[in-house]
Ligand binder design. Structure first.
Ligand code: ZN
Length: 290
């Protein structure tokens, strides 16, 4: 059968996991990208340069956030837009800042910042890898890649404060035009031991998007990594988008022992894991083109 033959055609692998891994290396090379530090400024300059080379349009949102303690943080969101005038669009996002204190209960040293190879580094690497693909083979739909700042600065416990700052800013100051069909947040996606369970708040806010993403992973042969079972329920950037009516979900491997410790380093992440997540992200774009 013709259809069967077409289905059997090997898929072209567009996403380059090894290149994405190098984007983590570059970020880690700056040091912890904590707002207000030189490493944060250098990472911003690098990211802006990389995105200008790939996107059709780059929107830069810069503002000052005053923390609960009264500190002023210079923050920047980047929105790399592909086909900005097309109505049918997807939004992928990740945070690019890193956490000022390694304050996990299991952390041996809470005086130091988090290097964020996985926490921050992996999401940025995934989105930059997607940008490479979309530059090479432009999508027929619109795609926005949103890099949010200030996700991880403050306190997530009790009444969260000084966290999810960039996603909240974006939710109030979105780019003009129609909302995306849905949004996918990528966070902690490069663990060498990658297993991504369904996330509770995603299932509450956009269950059909969870199904779509996990089914897409399954179609690519990644059902062992994208486990179609709920596990953790997290406060993360997707919630700020859900609040303004965007169907946003979180793709996150929260079983990461080095989370918010000084051990969130390059040796904990892999190109193979980035390959899986990047393949899924690209497939989400391509399936909407049909
Ligand atoms: Zn974090």
């Amino acid at each position: 059968m013709l259809a069967a033959c077409r289905d059997a055609t090997p898929r072209v692998r567009e996403f380059d996991g090894a290149a994405a891994f190098r984007y983590i290396e570059t970020q880690v090379g700056f040091g912890p990208r904590v707002p207000g530090t030189e490493a944060h400024r250098r990472a911003a300059t690098w990211l802006e340069t990389e995105l200008r080379q790939r996107a059709d349009t780059l929107v830069v949102q810069s503002w000052t956030h005053v923390t609960a303690k009264g500190d002023s943080l210079p923050l920047t969101n980047f929105i790399a837009r592909f086909r900005p005038s097309v109505g049918k669009r997807l939004l992928f996002l990740a945070h690019w800042d890193s956490r000022p204190t390694a304050d996990s209960p299991t952390s041996p040293d809470s005086t130091k910042p988090v290097l964020g190879a996985n926490d921050g580094g992996s999401g940025v690497a995934t989105l930059l890898g997607v940008a490479d693909v979309l530059k090479r083979t432009p999508p027929t739909i619109g795609v926005d890649l949103l890099f949010v700042d200030g996700e991880d600065y403050g306190d997530f416990t009790d009444a969260p404060k000084d966290v999810l700052i960039g996603s909240r800013y974006y939710a109030v100051h979105p780019v003009s035009g129609p909302q995306p069909l849905y949004a996918v947040l990528f966070d902690l996606v490069a663990d060498k031991d990658l297993q991504i369970f369904e996330e509770g708040n995603s299932l509450v806010g956009a269950p059909e998007v969870v199904d779509l993403v996990w089914n897409t992973a399954k179609d690519l042969g990644y059902a062992g990594t994208f486990v179609a079972t709920p596990k953790h329920t997290l406060i993360d950037d997707h919630l700020e988008l859900q609040k303004v009516g965007i169907r946003a979900i979180d793709v996150v491997d929260f079983d990461y022992p080095s989370w918010h410790t000084i051990h969130d380093t390059l040796d904990k992440v892999s190109a193979a894991s980035l390959q899986i997540v990047g393949d899924v992200a690209v497939a989400l774009v391509r399936r909407e083109e049909n």
